[in-house]
Design a protein around this ligand. Sequence first.
Ligand SMILES: [Ca+2]
Ligand SMILES: [Ca+2]
Length: 497
Amino acid sequence: MRRIVIALAAVPAAAVLSIAQPGILTATAGGPPGPAGGSAHSPAGGHTSGGGHGTTTLDGFTKRVVTRGLGNPYEIVWGPDGFLWVTEKSGEKVTRVNPKTGAKSTALDLVDHAWHTEGGQDGVLGLALHPDLLKDKGHDYVYVSYTYDSNPSEAEVDQRLRIDRYTYDSESGTLGEPKNLIAGLPSGTDHQSARLRFGPDGKLYYTIGDQGANQLQHYCEPNRAQWLPTEDQITAKDWIAYRGKTLRLEPEDGSIPADNPVLGGVRSHVWAYGFRNAQGLDFGPDGTLYNTDQGPKTDDEVNIITKGANYGWPYVAGYRDDKAYAFHPWSASAPTPCADLTYSDLEVPPTVPTQKESDWKGDFTPPVGTFSTVDNGYNFADPKCGDLAFICWPTVANSSITHYPATGGITQFRDSLLMTTLKDGSVYQLELSPDKKTVAKSTRLWTAQNRYRDIALSPDGTSVYVATDSEGPVRDRDGAPTTTLDNPGSILVFRLK
Ligand SMILES: [Ca+2]
Ligand SMILES: [Ca+2]
């Protein structure tokens, strides 16, 4: 169900690829992937956003619109039935798309169950298919996460998030027999994250964002990405501390796996923590779990996720280098209470504490690559960007990550990562170092005025399907904000010529 437009448009993190840590990423723009992919991005400093490169990055590939008219497709997965399975965030359904004809059929309509706000990051979100789906093993299961009103009889909405398991009926092409795995998860209009993956260990993994606490309309809410659940909270099924976490669940009943980490003396669903808006999550063939996390104004990240590790947010963005970011907990303002302050992205009142990244001595797992790390003194107030200044900030708003298999049909993508972005109108190919511990090279592909949300691959890897948002701002070809999208609410397919 969709009601009322309250929320401001979700403001994703901000823009461009510049590379901070020496020798980590070498951005290239334009041209096909492969050797000498084009000119290097300008480094931190200038306005180096989306456009500005003046090069098409479609060279070597064909682009075709598979289907359009989707309601903000969020997760797109290639199914064993040869169809693309798609969640429609604002359309509040799960749709199967014929990749050849673009024909759509509704597998699950959640309009009477889901709750989302217009322009918010809430709605029907994560999707995972059981590895045994349609293999005649009695596991024809599909997992879906969506936001809902837990208190529909009351006037005031109590928005929460749930993950349900459905059984697929291939005769009718529909999902039924819902079984709830977990409900009452914290929710809101901002920073849902919401990637759902089946691990090689047979467990379900789910990313849940910080939900925009400590910024914008939620500026007086403490950020809970570093909070760990207590035993009492777990007993009471109070999941408030799950904000800013990667969760790991039993796929049968949503219970806490016995080998989940004990953090702060408590075993919970939390697998790893300290995230802002981790919309990217995917496993490599060796079981390595990759994620992306969106930075605030700098430092979009790629991380390798390990059991129980702390990825730093909100104490650290990117590396612990004290560059262009410090933590300002607005809720701790004194003596002026936070509620009496006016929020600003650019000017923090003196009553709000400042904590430098290096002030925090906790056990920190750094990213394996960052985008758009800028130096101290960077001017985040570009006058040409007006009310949409965040679109010009030097971040790309990375929105998904997909491991491209070593046997895939596009040779130059083999064993690399494909990363979509919302603000930068591009997909990036990220090549890993030989030890696979860092991102060694980044190539910008398929630039357009699109907010790219997620990727699915055909089984042979020759077709790269990309879902796009239906609306929202992106940088135009000159790097200025625009809300005119080339392919709104679509699935595109890119293939080698
Ligand atoms: Ca981090
Ligand atoms: Ca940093």
